[in-house]
Ligand binder design. Structure first.
Ligand code: LLP
Length: 428
């Protein structure tokens, strides 16, 4: 874990900044991201694609971590953005991603989102159904424009990941069945408001079962490209999606080089421009959730370590039974004897549990704890459940740190609410 280091005096550090220092300055819970790790991982992906000889661009899936400072750092590395809402589109633009590097994905783009995407002249919209194609064409035509689109194909391959994050099966809501793609692509070419530029696929997230499902998907996509071209249709780009898994515990996911190899094998000799939309692989290992022990509760059969972060901050364990590494921050804790503990938050739900029966040292009140690999789908999935303000976010670069998002204030938490001032709404 290159982002983390253990100093015998200062304890656990992100890059060269002790987490205890950040907790003292910013409080807890706090998300802490390593700029160096984000940058290094972006470069590793770029290098892997380049070494495979692919003409490729990377569009970071901002849903993984939409912090402006994160998206901006990745934009400086030359990455574009993959967005799924008006908010993410506005965020990407605000972070300095050029419109020409932005892809808009998602199964349900509203009329308003389509208008904004067309007005900003983003790189492409990924189309998920015949119905959506008709809607987008009408919107674009009404603006006197043609929207560049890629057709999202569902290749019906099993990514063998958690059921809640698999997307490439026929039963999933995403994309169009590959068998219907030729007919639909022809339809896209005929619609007045669309400029079809290629295909897109995304089979799931946290794919950690080797490279097989990728290979199968890209193989099928390559065959489809040939078929479409044989029918006289233009296919310039293939967006290969995201999904590359990371090691939370003991998973051995495919490497970027293996992924690039699978892309090359399936699509390499077609002269198409390759695009990718990774989120987790770039941001996940770059972040930790720093939290403070409120109290250690010794119940009849268990030791509960109750911390000031909760499921409203990091939802993944509650939602997907996800495993995250948990480390104490203080150097003395690293030398103390271990015993099983449940690390839980203060929210009134049994699923507000980060881990069960994990071997940890004694963690008295005020001890700091870091929950690892929380840089992706951490802050971005937070809520204010139990009226808990959104946590602060900090970026570390070498020996410096910067608050990139203030902890939400209680005023902000209550803002926008009022007691009713009624409007007549009776059926006339
Ligand atoms: N492209 C599309 C169309 C997607 O739906 C996603 C993720 C990505 C790219 C980025 O996938 P990644 O490279 O991050 O795997 N909240 C879940 C993950 C949901 C992923 C949704 N789509 C989690 O915490 O595991």
């Amino acid at each position: 874990r290159p982002a983390l280091a253990m100093d015998p005096l200062a304890g656990l550090m992100v890059e060269e900044v002790p987490l205890a220092r950040i907790a003292a300055a910013v409080g807890s819970p706090t998300w802490v991201y390593s700029a160096g790790t984000l940058r290094r991982r972006a470069r590793m992906l770029k290098d892997a694609l380049a070494e495979a000889g692919l003409d490729a661009s990377i569009h970071y899936a901002t849903k993984a971590n939409p912090a402006l400072a994160v998206v901006n750092l990745l934009a400086q590395e030359g990455l574009g953005a993959d967005v799924v809402s008006e908010g993410e589109l506005r965020g990407a633009l605000a972070a300095g991603v050029p419109a020409s590097g932005i892809v808009f994905s998602g199964v349900g783009k509203t009329d308003r989102e389509m208008r904004l995407a067309i007005a900003e002249d983003i790189l492409q919209l990924n189309i998920e159904s015949a119905e959506e194609a008709e809607m987008l064409s009408a919107v674009a035509a009404s603006l006197g424009r043609k929207a560049r689109v890629a057709l999202r194909v569902n290749p019906d391959v099993d990514a063998k990941t958690h059921a809640k994050i698999t997307t490439g099966l026929t039963e999933n809501k995403f994309g169009v069945p590959i068998a219907t793609a030729p007919e639909l692509y022809a339809r896209l070419c005929a619609l007045p408001g669309l400029d079809p530029v290629g295909l897109t696929v995304h089979i799931g997230s946290q794919i950690a079962q080797g490279i097989g499902s990728y290979r199968a998907a890209y193989q099928r996509l390559g065959e489809l490209v040939r078929e479409l071209r044989a029918a006289g249709h233009p296919v310039h780009r293939v967006d290969c999606g995201g999904g590359l898994g990371i090691t939370y515990r003991d998973e051995i996911p495919a490497t970027p080089a293996a992924l690039a190899g699978a892309i090359k094998a399936g699509l390499g000799d077609l002269g198409v421009k390759i695009m990718m939309e990774p989120g987790r692989w770039i941001a996940g290992p770059a972040g930790v959730l720093l939290t403070r022990v409120i109290v250690e509760k010794h119940a009849t059969t268990r030791r509960f370590v109750i911390v000031d972060a909760a499921m409203n901050d990091l939802l993944r364990p509650a939602m997907y039974e996800a495993w995250h590494g948990i480390l104490p921050v203080s150097p003395s804790a690293f030398r103390a004897p271990l015993s099983p503990a449940d690390v839980v938050g203060p929210v009134c739900e049994s699923s507000d549990t980060f881990t069960k029966a994990r071997d940890l040292p004694p963690l008295p009140p005020e001890s700091l704890v870091a929950i690892l690999d929380a840089g992706a789908y951490g802050a971005s999935m937070s809520s204010t459940y139990n009226a808990r303000p959104l946590a602060a976010e900090v970026m570390v670069e070498g020996a410096r740190f910067s608050v990139i998002r203030d902890r939400q204030s209680y005023d902000a938490l209550l803002a926008g609410q009022r007691l009713p001032s009624w409007t007549e709404g009776q059926n006339p």
